[in-house]
Design a protein around this ligand. Structure first.
Ligand code: G
Ligand code: G
Ligand code: MN
Ligand code: NA
Length: 261
């Protein structure tokens, strides 16, 4: 199979779609934002997950166009989600945020950052409601370029999150070298911690470190109440995982928001 050609076709025929996974404020319990996650509605193969196409799209450069589309789409949906919450006139909640994954390939093309800025402005969404999720490898592989790109993004006003924290080629130095806002604790740590006190201490230490550095913490992959209870003790800011909600279509999210008490 020629995956590159298939992806090219799929971009034209709009087979890519974003799913949205709620991110919940741990203390208050409400939905605070979402992570946009790409899916491929393949005509023959059904729903294909990013693990099977993001790597190829990065290698071919197709990820640049896909990523620009994803940001635009996610911002558009965020406005619709916010309108539902506003209609319900619940007690004051901060505006919803949207977290979008970006690959290093996207950020290292300078035109792309200008383009992101234009998309953002066009959308009318306040930039501080956007989190861009980047992986550690970007920061470690090419720190000079990453520092320039991330500062440009920060100047646009968007927030920056480190995804899968602790699993990559971690270097604590980047926590103060780069203008970061949020640290996402990888789900492997969250899932191991209740069976292994040492793992739990790692999660506790990461949480404490993030707090001391004034970074927000999102714990990923929360699947049960025991994990949630531990994260509560560590004063995590936000939780994301199947226990709260799965990634789902924009339609399903709208229903969820409309039906929420
Ligand atoms: O949804 P799922 O668990 O299958 O996602 C797996 C990984 O794919 C995510 O952790 C994320 O790193 C990556 N991914 C999902 N959507 C996007 C996207 O829109 N752009 C990029 N660059 N990566 C994505
Ligand atoms: O790499 P990144 O962290 O961006 O990807 C998030 C991925 O984690 C998504 O593909 C999503 O489907 C998956 N995910 C989200 N919540 C859970 C969970 O509670 N358990 C598991 N196993 N995966 C999850
Ligand atoms: Mn992510
Ligand atoms: Na992750």
């Amino acid at each position: 199979r020629n995956v590159e050609a298939e992806i090219g076709r799929a971009i034209k025929t709009r087979e890519f779609e974003l799913f949205y996974q709620p991110i919940v404020d741990l203390e208050k319990g409400h939905i605070a934002g979402f992570e946009a996650l790409m899916r491929w509605r393949h005509p023959d193969r059904g729903t294909v997950s990013p693990g099977e196409f993001i790597g190829v799209a990065e290698a071919t450069g197709q990820i640049v166009a896909m990523g620009a589309w994803a940001l635009e789409e996610a911002l558009e949906q965020l406005k619709g989600f916010q309108a539902i919450v506003d209609q319900q006139a619940l007690d004051e909640q901060p505006p919803l945020f949207m977290s979008v994954n970006v690959s290093g390939r996207q950020l290292l093309e300078l035109d792309e950052i200008e383009h992101l800025g234009a998309v953002l402005k066009q959308s009318g969404v306040a930039p501080e409601r956007i989190k861009l999720e980047i992986t550690e490898s970007l920061l470690v592989d090419d720190p000079m370029h990453a520092a320039i790109a991330l500062q440009q993004l920060r100047d646009l006003g968007v927030r920056l999150a480190i995804d899968d924290f602790g699993t990559g080629y971690s270097s604590l130095s980047y926590l103060h070298l780069f203008p970061l806002d949020t640290l996402k604790i990888d789900r492997s740590f969250v899932q191991d911690m209740i069976h292994d006190p040492r793992r739990e201490r790692i999660v506790r230490a990461i949480s404490g470190l993030a707090r001391d550095l004034d970074l927000n913490i999102i714990a990923e992959g929360v699947e049960n109440e025991e994990e949630l209870a531990s994260l509560n003790r560590f004063e995590c800011d936000y939780v994301q995982g199947f226990l709260m909600a799965k990634p789902q279509t924009a339609d399903q999210i709208r229903q969820l928001l409309a039906g929420a008490p």
